[in-house]
Design a protein. Structure first.
Lengths: 114, 116
């Protein structure tokens, strides 16, 4: 049973467009929601993260929107660039778990066409 | 500062063979993790360690063993490899949280393992 569901599986966007990736979760004990970016042949790297006490967090062109009541969060990439072409993973971590294990979504492969 | 390194980068095993994957970090991190990445399944946690000499099972531990004899190293072992263990393996590390905010996990470049 997948605890964090991610969609879409793949996404093609034109340069300058907005990329939107969605994630949903069931466990209300989750209290930390990071997004990781992975380029081919590399390990994932933290892109941006949010806690459920805020509804939105923005860093440059990247924004996380968080809907606690719907148990959903999404990544928005504004003015998408070809260099943003990568695989994106959402994740979640349980509060009170001192090991802060991450549970990942299945990933979204983003292609930004020039 | 190399961050997180993994050895080897690629490996091909035959069914039943054994091998050890090495993860090393030079950031003095307490926490280390081993994940496997399969198409359409994201990253799944195999085992993790919250400090030197400690290990714990993750989501998919069967068929794997780990050891953390030194703080900077985390070893993942496959005693009898199976085709189902064909995957890309990632190691990650994280420093001890200074409060209620968890810190990011730093990932290595991965090991691509094929079991025939």
């Amino acid at each position: 049973q997948q605890q964090v569901k991610q969609s879409p599986q793949s996404l093609i966007v034109q340069k300058g467009g907005i990329s939107i990736i969605n994630c949903a979760y069931e466990n209300t004990a989750f209290d930390y929601f990071p997004w990781y970016q992975q380029f081919p042949g590399k390990g994932p790297a933290l892109l941006i993260a949010i806690r459920p006490d805020v509804s939105e967090k923005k860093e440059g062109r990247f924004t996380i929107s968080f809907n606690k009541s719907a148990k959903q969060f999404s990544l928005h990439i504004m003015d998408s660039q070809p260099g943003d072409s990568a695989t994106y993973f959402c994740a979640a971590s349980k509060g009170g778990d001192s090991s802060y294990k991450l549970i990942f979504g299945s990933g979204t492969r983003l292609l930004v066409r020039p | 500062n190399a961050g997180v390194t993994q050895t080897p980068k690629f490996r091909v095993l035959k069914t039943g063979q054994s091998m050890t994957l090495l993860c090393a970090q030079d950031m003095n991190h307490e926490y280390m993790y081993w994940y496997r990445q399969d198409p359409g399944m994201g990253l799944r946690l195999i085992h993790y360690s919250v400090g030197e000499g400690t290990t714990a099972k993750g989501e998919v531990p069967d068929g794997y063993n780990v050891s953390r004899l030194k703080k900077q190293n985390f070893l993942l072992g496959l005693e009898s490899a199976a085709p189902s263990q064909t995957s890309v393996y990632f190691c990650a590390s994280r420093r001890t949280s200074g409060g209620t905010i968890p810190y990011e996990q730093y990932f290595g470049p991965g090991t691509r393992l094929t079991v025939t």
